[in-house]
Write a protein that binds this ligand. Structure first.
Ligand SMILES: NC(=O)c1ccc[n+]([C@@H]2O[C@H](COP(=O)([O-])OP(=O)(O)OC[C@H]3O[C@@H](n4cnc5c(N)ncnc54)[C@H](O)[C@@H]3O)[C@@H](O)[C@H]2O)c1
Length: 470
């Protein structure tokens, strides 16, 4: 039997950075909180290869491979699938090596099995009967159809964020998770980063007084184009890559990595980074199982004709029933694809979340937390304080829940509600007007055009019916 080990300072620093990365996130965190985290149990890492559940990865790009390498502490990747055969082959080789490394580190005997490759997720799921866990690392427009297919066939799912392409997909996904009793973790790993939890606990316990304003600052998206179509690369099934999205000629910029700047496949940075930071905004407000009552988005620059279609710079204002003003806006000075502007004015250089209350403010981003007064962070929470779901390892929490059948820290409804806020912002920005939203019915009030955008037309055969019932 494995005894739970305690977190070490090194674990905390690593998990605070999110999957894989390591930076000194704890430098600014109060010692009372660090001690608390270190007293919490780390997820179990099986000591025998036989105890590792069989796992498959669908979508073997940068993130999918990272998730799979993370999952190898808790499970065994036996199969991978990608519509780009080159990506599937590369992932099979790399993950075979990292599995041997993970086994060696855990003192386990390696099975030496080859990782099998597929190009159709349905074939993988229907063939690999031993697989109980699916990791979904496809672009956003494929998440839900893959996830519904997997859930309906009894698999537990770790799905990358943004959980969905539309609000309608999210409603169906939440319902399916309920009906099937499967575990679904949304890949919003900031939920398992202790510093974000600390900030949300402080805000929820009134440490900055009455919460008045929340600002989520996300990187500006790319604004470029026009782009030329090119021959489809030999190893890529472009029609399958497009899936439910409209049929178009192959344009490299539409495909790997930069798909997130096209509205057909994503929502732009409001769903890409917004799925992380708005998630924390909702957690801090205690509103992560509901939605705003209105949204007003506006583009700050127009897209270039023939180029990326998602808004690159924008500002979205939300109103909530609790009266908190919530704004999600872009910064030009901080982008994973390179800053648009190299000379930020003071205080304007980073993405993150700012909570402002009647008695002070807290600003948090990955690896950094700051408050208007040091005491806001330094004073321990009282023993009767409201505490939030404590997870310090996102992938570990998922596998723990697969074992115990508990709800994970970023369960389907939370992932759905967080990304719904982002979808609402994208819809309002596209329509260029203020919209009223009913968070119970999950419908716009008195706006048929907006309500049509809650769902999207799905290109056959990639409709809910053919994928889910197949
Ligand atoms: N949690 C995080 O911090 C984080 C970080 C980066 C990316 N992501 C998310 O991960 C997802 C993937 O992003 P990425 O940057 O790795 O993209 P990517 O383009 O590098 O990889 C996506 C892969 O999915 C494959 N694919 C497309 N359709 C498929 C299908 N039907 N079946 C199987 N494979 C298919 C593509 O060929 C590609 O190899 C996105 O939703 C993104 O938002 C999350």
């Amino acid at each position: 039997m494995n005894h739970p080990r305690r977190f070490t300072r090194r674990d905390v620093i690593k998990t605070a950075a999110g999957a894989g990365a390591a930076y000194a996130a704890l430098a600014g965190l109060p010692s009372w909180f660090v001690e608390e985290v270190m007293a919490q149990d780390a997820p179990k890492e099986p000591k025998s290869a036989n105890d590792l559940p069989a796992v498959a990865l669908i979508g073997c790009g940068g993130r999918g491979r990272g998730d799979a390498a993370d999952a190898q502490k808790f499970g065994r990747i036996v199969a991978v699938c990608d519509v780009d055969a080159g990506h599937a082959e590369g992932a099979a080789v790399a993950l075979g090596q990292s599995q041997r490394d993970a086994d060696a580190k855990a003192g386990r005997k390696s099975t030496g099995d080859q990782i099998r490759t597929y190009n159709d997720f349905r074939k993988l799921i229907d063939t690999e009967k031993d697989v109980s866990v699916i990791l979904t690392g496809t672009p956003d427009h494929w998440h839900t159809l893959v996830n519904l297919y997997a859930l309906r066939r009894g698999k537990d799912v770790y799905s990358e964020k943004p959980l969905t392409l539309t609000i309608d997909e999210g409603k169906r996904l939440v319902q399916t998770v309920k009906e099937t009793g499967r575990v679904l973790q949304t890949g919003t790993q900031q939920r398992s980063d202790p510093q974000f939890r600390l900030v949300c606990e402080l805000v929820q316990n009134g440490r900055i007084g009455k919460l008045q304003r929340v600002t989520t600052i996300v990187p500006a998206g790319l604004r470029a184009g026009p782009f030329a179509s090119k021959p489809v690369p030999e190893k890529l099934d472009w029609d399958m890559w497009l899936g439910q999205a409209p049929k178009v000629d192959f344009v490299p910029e539409r495909c790997h990595t930069t798909f997130r700047f096209w509205y057909d496949y994503s929502g732009g940075t409001i769903t890409d980074w917004g799925a992380h930071h708005n998630d924390i905004a909702l957690w801090g407000m205690g509103m992560d199982r509901t939605g705003p009552t209105s949204v007003e988005g506006r583009r700050l620059v127009e897209p270039i004709p023939g180029g990326y279609t998602a808004a690159s710079e924008y500002e979205v204002k939300y109103t909530w029933a609790n009266g908190v003003e919530h704004t999600c806006r872009t910064t030009r000075y901080d982008s994973i694809f390179g800053s648009l502007d190299k000379n930020p004015p003071p205080g304007e250089s980073h993405n993150g979340i700012v909570f402002e209350g009647s008695d002070g403010w807290i600003y948090v981003r990955r690896g950094f937390v700051e408050a208007s007064k040091p005491q806001i962070l330094k004073d321990p929470l009282p023993s009767n304080a409201k505490r939030l779901y404590a997870s310090n390892d996102h992938m570990g929490n998922f596998f723990e829940c697969v074992r115990t059948r508990k709800a994970p820290v970023a369960a389907a409804e939370i992932g759905h509600r967080s990304v719904s806020v982002c979808h609402l912002g994208a819809i309002s920005t596209r329509l260029g007007r203020k919209l009223k939203w009913d968070p119970q019915k999950e419908q716009f009030v008195g706006d048929d055009e907006a309500n049509k955008m809650v769902a999207r037309e799905q290109r056959k055969p990639w409709t809910y019916d053919t994928v889910v019932q197949a």
